[in-house]
Design a protein around this ligand. Structure first.
Ligand SMILES: Cc1cc2nc3c(=O)[nH]c(=O)nc-3n(C[C@H](O)[C@H](O)[C@H](O)COP(=O)(O)OP(=O)(O)OC[C@H]3O[C@@H](n4cnc5c(N)ncnc54)[C@H](O)[C@@H]3O)c2cc1C
Length: 495
């Protein structure tokens, strides 16, 4: 995957079958599906791949117990099927994770056992290890950091755990291997239209600017898919300025903690906190990931940041469940993601996470809503809108041909004693994974910023020098990268 080759193709090939706007889960899924069907496909991402919501998720590939509670059976079944597919075909990224739900009322032991029995049943042949009831001692053994007062027992079940940004990079690689052209730092600024014979507006392409060189390109395409996530309405308004907003934006934040505060290999889920929210603790890359919140926002942000009261909410709620009394000083990193939910009259906690594909009178196909777990379903639906249903069912998933990012037999130095990344891995990412700046490398090719923001700052200078050497950049570039990185880090460090 080489950015200069993509730019070369964009400047020489002016006619495309499909342009996809947005390089998150949905856009990358569309590019992969379209390229697999043999269409000449171009994906344009405004910033880095997955720099939007798709690197800021809760890292679960899940059927969704919440949807089961809401009796959204179709959604649970579809998600469980996708979970099975990803565990098989993206096993470099997605692993089965056992999760325990501690329960405080005897009655809940019955309800959750029945609920999880159906969860397993709905998965059918895609099921993981079966769910089971646990007694208090078994919970203590599995979750040594848990405050066990009042616990009557619990249930244990499986879902998938993944590295979202790395799966996105895997999808970008796979789409390129299938023949798609993908480019990051290439925002679509406007849409090109012509009048049809009947006098109606018809989309014929996009105008996009390469942020690296400030060069604009007129790109013609037969079909255009808008997969701009929380900015989907912005693109819809480029097409139809009067159109009302189709999505509402909600924000969820997470904190990352050292493994010692909750030393468990199994995850924990609190399905309902006192104010009815879902809370979880998951072991992720040797740390503990904890979240999440759900607050409605006025508008989408390119760089969402956890709000003070979101962090306080997570810390306060943890007090009832952890033996270790968590404090702000324990937090290694925090991050926020924003969801685009399909508009409705209920609160964001209740809005559906399903996707919807709409098509405007001029032909713009927009992907609304959705979740990572079911990105493939949204992509197939969007590409079907463009080209009709696919009759060739023989597509092979080639995701597993691409690695997680780490190299086998790599004994090079770690970039920092607290981070699991080595110098050779960094060099490979810079050479082959379309890294443009320091944040791409430390937030999404590695997850350093998400795992330990201070450690990421500490090694930034060394990493920038390695990058500069490979990319042929000078000392001025290094200084400018370091200063913009210092700004980005503020998103991840709780104040
Ligand atoms: C807090 C939180 C936790 C979540 N946890 C889970 C989970 O555990 N499991 C799960 O399955 N799902 C989860 N989700 C949902 C999942 O993360 C999202 O559904 C998914 O990432 C959305 O992908 P997307 O491609 O639509 O959006 P994005 O990832 O935001 O991608 C859209 C892209 O479009 C680009 N873009 C915008 N405008 C332009 C333009 N003009 N030109 C070019 N590009 C443009 C943006 O830069 C962005 O990269 C979670 C969501 C949130 C907010």
């Amino acid at each position: 995957m080489y950015r200069d080759k993509s730019i070369q193709r964009i400047s020489s090939d002016i006619d495309w079958d499909l342009v996809v706007i947005g390089g998150g889960a949905m856009g990358l899924g569309c590019a992969m599906e379209s390229a697999q069907r043999g269409y000449k496909t171009l994906l344009l991402e405004a910033n880095d791949f997955a720099s939007g919501t798709s690197s800021r998720s809760s890292k679960m590939i899940h059927g969704g117990l919440r949807y089961l509670r809401q009796l959204d059976i179709a959604m649970v079944r579809q998600s469980l099927k996708e979970r099975g597919h990803l565990l098989r075909h993206a096993s470099n990224w997605v692993k089965e994770q056992r999760i325990i739900i501690p329960l405080y009322k005897r009655q809940e032991l019955v309800t959750y056992s029945i609920g999880l029995f159906f969860y397993d049943l709905l998965a059918g042949r895609d099921n993981c290890q079966s769910s089971k009831l646990l007694n208090l001692q078994e919970i203590k053994d599995s979750l040594p950091g848990l405050a066990t007062e009042g616990i009557k027992g619990g249930v244990e079940y499986s879902d998938g755990l993944f590295d979202d940004a790395r799966l996105a990079i895997g999808l970008a690689h796979a789409s390129s291997a299938m023949g798609a052209t993908v480019a990051n730092y290439m925002p679509v600024d406007s849409l090109m239209k012509t009048k049809s014979k009947s006098g109606q507006d018809k989309l014929i392409g996009v105008i996009a600017t390469d942020k690296e060189t400030a060069t604009s390109y007129e790109i013609k395409a037969k079909k255009i898919i808008n997969a701009a996530g929380t900015f989907t309405d912005t693109i819809i308004n480029l097409d139809q300025p009067q159109e009302s907003h189709k999505q509402v934006i909600s924000q969820g934040s997470h904190i990352v903690l050292p493994a010692e505060v909750f030393p468990a290999t199994k995850g924990m889920l609190i399905p309902q906190t006192e104010d009815g929210r879902l809370m979880f603790c998951l072991p992720w890359h040797g740390r503990i990931l904890m979240g999440t919140t759900d607050i409605q926002m006025q508008k989408a942000s390119w760089q969402p940041k956890p709000q003070q009261d979101e962090i306080d909410f997570i810390l306060e709620n943890s007090q009832s469940y952890f033996q270790h009394k968590l404090q702000k000083g324990d937090i290694l990193s925090s991050f926020a993601g924003q969801r685009a939910l399909i508009s409705g009259s209920v609160s964001s906690k209740e809005l559906s996470r399903t996707h919807k594909i709409i098509r405007s009178s001029s032909g713009l196909i927009s992907v609304l809503g959705g979740k990572w777990t079911t990105y493939r379903c949204a992509a197939v639906d969007a590409v079907n809108q463009a080209w009709g249903k696919d009759t060739n069912k023989s597509h092979q998933s080639i995701l597993n041909d691409f690695s997680q990012g780490a190299l086998e037999d790599d004994s090079s130095q770690f970039i920092h004693p607290n981070l699991p990344y080595r110098i050779k891995q960094i060099e490979r990412a810079v050479k082959h994974e379309m890294v443009v700046n320091l944040e791409d490398l430390l937030a999404r090719r590695t997850r350093a910023l998400f795992l330990d923001a201070k450690a990421a700052v500490a090694c930034a200078d060394d990493v920038a020098r390695i990058m500069a050497q490979i990319m042929g950049k000078d000392s001025q570039w290094i200084s400018s990268e370091l200063s913009s990185f210092q700004e980005s880090v503020k998103q991840y460090l709780p104040q």
